[in-house]
Ligand binder design. Structure first.
Ligand code: HEC
Ligand code: HEC
Length: 343
């Protein structure tokens, strides 16, 4: 009897150990690196003044997924930016934040954002390192303030330890919070879709994908420019103004009437997963997006000149382009364990 008990205890001990080591996210030094895929332009942001470390990344990742960043400790960055949706908010037209409050814009994907020259649909934020301040303090997103957030983090033994590992001592301040989150957001690289593997000669397009790509390069690349699938410009693509929000877009920032209803060209990487689409999430399918370019263009004096007559596409053209767009899905990125919720 005693012997049996000893065996049971031993087995329990072994399994307890192995479970524990499995759930601990273990990252090695080379797991977090600054990457510039071959043939890509230089990014707008580099980590020269925010040296990338595994500890900094880990702190940033922990903060990104921690609802402690919101006033009611219920909403994290990851609530609205979900990995399986390329860090957009799956199924939500406009953002859905604290106390169920709704914003006025769709949560964009977060991928390859080191190349962004500005952030938000209207480009209202210029620096990636101050980017987290906007959602943290937005009354309908997280509704927190920095002094209060810092005081909440400062009583946590876990965070004291994480800040010490990342920055050498336990001090917690806004700058360190932002730099750490930037190490996480700024290394969310997506560069391993089928499209990328075709470009680097490792795979081939099917004939439908190739036809779709050909059409895409004729009709779409002037704005959705390769390899990032955005030229980072602001354009009015003739979407009917949504009376509910009356969002003037870029003009909201510049005050310039010639910028009215212009919005940032989004990257189309992982676009299969980032719906609903457009700055206010008005379209639920990619088909609707394509139909907009064919039939839906609304004329106005800031309409992009490229779209004055819409884009002519047959039904066959549309379905070929859709097949091509799916080659931009990067499953490695969407399931990469380094980017998942560590808790
Ligand atoms: C309640 C939902 C919500 C939460 C929570 C939230 N975001 Fe966002 N995020 C949005 C929306 C909506 C936008 C677009 C806002 C706009 O254009 O005005 C956005 C935009 C962004 C962008 C700009 C991407 C680009 O390419 O322009 C980044 C980066 C970002 N958020 C990071 C974060 C971080 C970091 C946190 C946590 C500190 C966070 N977000 C929390 C909804 C949210
Ligand atoms: C004149 C520039 C321009 C051209 C040409 C253009 N687009 Fe766009 N596209 C944009 C802009 C700007 C937006 C964002 C509009 C908004 O948010 O209100 C957008 C949005 C989209 C979206 C929604 C993405 C998302 O995440 O919300 C898709 C899909 C799309 N475009 C596909 C295409 C395809 C396919 C073509 C070619 C048939 C094309 N676009 C041609 C500028 C352009």
């Amino acid at each position: 009897m005693k012997k049996l008990l000893a065996i049971i205890c031993f087995v329990f001990f072994i399994t307890a150990c192995s479970v524990d080591s499995e759930i601990k996210p273990i990252l090695k030094k080379d797991d977090v690196l600054e990457i510039i895929p071959q043939g890509w332009p230089q990014p707008s942001y580099n980590f020269n003044n925010n040296p990338l470390t595994i500890e900094g990344f880990t702190l940033g990742r922990t903060l990104f997924y921690d609802p402690i960043l919101s006033a009611d400790n219920a909403i994290s960055c990851g609530s609205c930016h979900q990995q399986f949706a390329a860090f957009s908010h799956s199924g939500h037209d406009v953002s859905h934040g604290i106390d169920g409050l709704l914003g006025t814009r769709n949560a964009p994907a977060i991928q390859n954002i080191n190349w962004n020259s500005s952030f938000m649909h209207d480009g209202g934020i210029l620096n990636i390192e101050v980017m987290p301040l906007a959602p943290i303090t937005n009354p309908v997103e997280m509704n927190e303030n920095m002094p209060h957030l810092i005081s909440k983090l400062s009583v946590s033994a876990k965070y004291k330890q994480l800040f010490k590992e990342a920055f050498g001592d336990e001090q917690i301040n806004s700058q360190r919070i932002f730099k750490a989150i930037t190490q996480f957001m700024g290394t969310l690289y997506s560069y391993n879709s089928k499209y990328d593997r075709v470009k680097s000669g490792k795979e081939n397009f099917t004939s439908t994908e190739a036809t779709g790509y050909e059409l895409f390069t004729q009709k779409c690349v002037s704005c959705h420019t390769e390899p990032l699938f955005t030229d980072h410009s602001f354009r009015n693509i003739g979407l009917k103004v949504n009376d509910l929000y009356n969002d003037s877009g870029r003009a909201h920032i510049t005050g310039n009437p010639s910028d009215k209803f212009k919005f940032k060209t989004p990257s189309l990487r992982n676009v299969e997963k980032t719906g609903p689409y457009m700055h206010d999430g008005r379209f639920t399918s990619l088909n609707q997006c394509l139909d907009h370019y064919v039939f839906g263009i609304n004329n106005s004096n800031t309409l992009d000149p490229l779209l004055t007559n819409g884009i002519f596409l047959t039904n066959q053209n549309k379905s070929d382009i859709l097949v091509f767009l799916k080659t931009l899905t990067d499953n490695q990125f969407l399931t990469d364990k380094r980017f998942s919720d560590p808790n």
